[in-house]
Design a protein around this ligand. Structure first.
Ligand SMILES: O=C(O)c1ccccc1NCC(=O)[C@H](O)[C@H](O)COP(=O)(O)O
Length: 260
């Protein structure tokens, strides 16, 4: 691990303890992934913002659990124009499951990101998805090999970073899909300036996602203006009607000048 556990919020320490204990798959998967870049391009050519809408039943920073059927939620997000979906598979702190991801991926035709806390290679092999999250802060020296192993199975690895040093590590590991998490996993504080400070150092060849804390269409405009190719949005889409919420983000103005 790249970080001392003590520097993490207690909830994140718990998340990692249970992630370490979860088993992996028996054999390497072979995935035929739906292209995230193609899905983003299709949405962009329609004049909208590419949004990865997240099926997130609960989280350490959310009260209560959304008990709605995950497939119904996912279909609403696609109806609202989501370019792709993110599905939590972490069971102990986010109410996710492998089964949710399998059911959702079978029910929609957009790319699906598996959102979990992967610490070992065999944990890549629990379920097929199109994109898979790898968090630089937790993988340290293993990041490069995990990126390579994910790609060799056919996944598109999304490498999540929060600092300039983690961005450097992601680029060294060969990541071409990078997410800047506005949520500091040390304090669980969200600050959109995180994305704004890191984005200028990301090469144009990288597909760049702004993650977490995007709560209003104005925030979406702000992240796209700062260089985001796509946005990962969970809580603000889950809270209320997911179709209406997703549409509000995908149709937000794309430059600060054009804001309503
Ligand atoms: O969302 C949390 O409370 C959380 C707590 C501890 C570790 C990770 C956490 N979130 C993971 C995520 O990456 C978010 O679900 C995702 O970026 C969407 O964020 P948001 O739009 O702010 O719900």
């Amino acid at each position: 691990m790249n970080d001392t556990v003590a520097s993490l919020a207690p909830a994140v320490q718990d998340i990692l303890t249970s992630a370490e204990q979860r088993p992996g798959g028996a054999e390497p998967l072979s995935v035929r992934a739906r292209s995230l870049d193609d899905a983003f391009e299709a949405v962009r050519s329609d004049g909208r913002i590419p949004v990865i809408a997240e099926v997130k039943p609960t989280s350490p920073t959310t009260e209560g659990t959304n008990e709605d059927d995950p497939v119904t939620l996912a279909k609403s997000m696609v109806a609202g124009g989501a370019a792709a979906l993110s599905v939590l598979t972490e069971p102990d702190h986010f109410g996710g499951s492998i089964e949710n991801l399998e059911r959702i991926r079978a029910a929609v035709d957009v790319p699906v990101l598996r959102k979990d806390f992967i610490l070992r290679e065999d944990q890549l092999d629990l379920v097929e998805s199109d994109v898979i999250l790898l968090i630089a802060r937790f993988l340290g020296d293993d990041l490069e090999s995990l990126v390579a192993e994910a790609e060799s199975r056919g996944f598109q690895p999304l490498v999540e970073v929060h600092t300039a040093a983690e961005l450097e590590a992601a680029l060294t590991a060969g990541a071409t899909l990078i997410g800047v998490n506005n949520r500091d996993l040390g304090q669980l504080v969200v600050d959109l300036e995180t994305f704004e400070s890191i984005a200028p150092d990301v090469p144009d060849t990288v597909t760049l996602i702004a993650e977490s804390g995007i709560t209003t269409p104005k925030d979406a405009t702000r992240m796209v203006s700062a260089g985001a190719d796509g946005l990962l949005i969970g809580t603000a889409i889950m809270d209320g009607d997911p179709e209406t919420n997703t549409r509000a983000f995908t149709t937000a103005p794309q430059t600060l000048d054009n804001e309503h």
